[in-house]
Design a protein around this ligand. Sequence first.
Ligand code: ADP
Ligand code: MG
Length: 223
Amino acid sequence: MIKLDNINKSYVNGTSLHVLKGLNLRIEKGEFVAIMGASGSGKSTLLNILGILDTYDTGTYYLNDILIKDLSEKVAAEYRNRLIGFVFQSFNLISFKTAVENVALPLYYQGVGRKKRNEIAMEYLDKMGIADWADHLPSEMSGGQKQRVAIARSLVTSPQVILADEPTGALDSTTSIEVMEILKSVNREGMTIVMVTHDPDMAAMAQKIIRIKDGIIGSIEKV
Ligand code: ADP
Ligand code: MG
């Protein structure tokens, strides 16, 4: 479902930094993969390309047989909304919106009416075990609760893949394991998950560990 061939990506500002150097990657539907690599190795760069948040210089990226290349910002935004769910280390919730409003937001952008989108958002909050927190603001919740809201938001549009960049990076170890258990149960229901982490304990909870080294995939290891 994810097919990257010979992806090159450089950052140019004054000098040029060649980050991805002909990277090839396949991720199948239903997989839960962890991407690891040294700091600065290009993990976030790769995830941003997968999430259509950033472009690449040469190569091809197919997501579900759709070529993700040279898209207008409008089409990129539409694909992001429809195909991809994001989970970030810092949760990226909107601080002045309640949990249920945060979860419903991607549906608002799809033109779903208020009643319907709140109904669907409540279903996902319930699935995450935090329906009681629906009317609370992010500032009133713990880190683990905020990440549950963010995971509910990532799922609410029934995307093709969840991309998670250090989803446990801001959480203590007990909460990290709880969040990983949630991601695993989401994966068991068939969701494809690509997670960047530098924590070997978290990576070991995925099915496969993909290591980036020197701008390409250095190794792939089944857990
Ligand atoms: P990782 O997530 O593995 O730590 P990144 O993908 O964030 O690595 O970054 C890879 C390299 O590219 C780093 O050297 C980083 O400093 C550089 N880099 C990342 N984003 C940019 C940017 N927007 N402009 C310039 N350099 C960048
Ligand atoms: Mg990073």
